[in-house]
Design a protein. Structure first.
Length: 271
């Protein structure tokens, strides 16, 4: 509205000036009427004064608007700097956490395999590569299982691999993103130590059994020797000879059974 008013005043003053110039040109010999000249001067001064006042007001308004806009821009700039600083701190914090987790994965003694939502290997740590092989990123986990694992009937909670190792597997679902993390623990050495311990325990038990067996054998063996000595006597009746022979056979059968039990235990058939 102020701009339109300013333009209207300028047009009015210009039109009046053009009219006076036209009258002067058409009547060069006539002088201007003093009242008309006075009216023109007065109106021109009032129009110019009004124009200048309007211009000053508009200038003040523009200055105020500029200062307000400048203050708003400064506030937004400060807010943007604060947000950018906060975002940079968050990014650095996440990078630090990622680096720590990566170092932790590298130091873990067990294998760690990370799968994405499609069952594809996205990450594997050095221990996992040692158990399997390197360069597995991007491959399907089901294909890796078929290539490296050979389940056996006696696996139990462990799984046999084609290279002779035995590993235990455990899986966890990723919380923030779809996928899984697989933990592989090499149980080969543990199983070997368990077998050695079991064998040592059997040998120790076998030693105790042999010691006990020596005492157990001594009694029936002494009886068999005694009965055999009776058989050498000539005045034995046929009934006595038969009875001594049966007792000897019974004691020898007892000895045979004890020896058989010891052999079975020594072979590991009895734990």
């Amino acid at each position: 509205m102020q701009t339109e008013r300013l333009e209207s005043d300028v047009v009015s003053v210009s039109a009046l000036a053009n009219s006076l110039e036209s009258d002067t040109a058409n009547n060069p010999n006539n002088s201007l009427d003093s009242n008309l000249q006075l009216s023109l001067d007065t109106k021109s001064k009032e129009g110019l004064q009004a124009t200048f006042e309007l211009f000053n007001r508009m200038s003040d308004d523009l200055s105020d608007s500029y200062r307000a806009l400048e203050g708003r821009v400064s506030a937004l700039t400060d807010e943007l700097d604060r947000v950018n600083l906060q975002r940079e701190q968050e990014v650095r914090s996440k990078e630090q956490v990622t680096a720590r987790l990566s170092n932790l994965l590298d130091l873990l003694p067990g294998g760690v395999v990370v799968l994405d939502r499609w069952g594809t290997v996205s990450q594997i740590n050095p221990a996992g590569e040692e158990l399997l092989t390197s360069g597995l990123e991007g491959r399907k986990w089901v294909d890796i299982i078929a290539e490296f694992f050979a389940p056996q009937k006696d696996d139990g909670h462990e799984i046999s691999m084609k290279n002779g190792r035995r590993v235990s597997l455990s899986t966890r679902s990723l919380e923030e993103e779809t996928g899984q993390i697989i933990l592989l623990t090499d149980q080969t050495e543990t199983r070997r130590l368990q077998e050695q311990l079991s064998r040592g325990q059997r040998l120790s038990a076998l030693g105790r059994m042999v010691s006990a067996l020596a005492h157990q054998i001594r009694t029936p063996l002494s009886a068999a020797i005694l009965y055999a000595g009776h058989l050498s006597e000539r005045d034995l009746t046929s009934e006595q000879t038969k009875r001594f022979s049966q007792k000897i056979v019974s004691r020898l059968n007892n000895l045979e059974q004890q020896v058989r039990d010891m052999l079975v235990f020594a072979k590991g058939d009895v734990t």
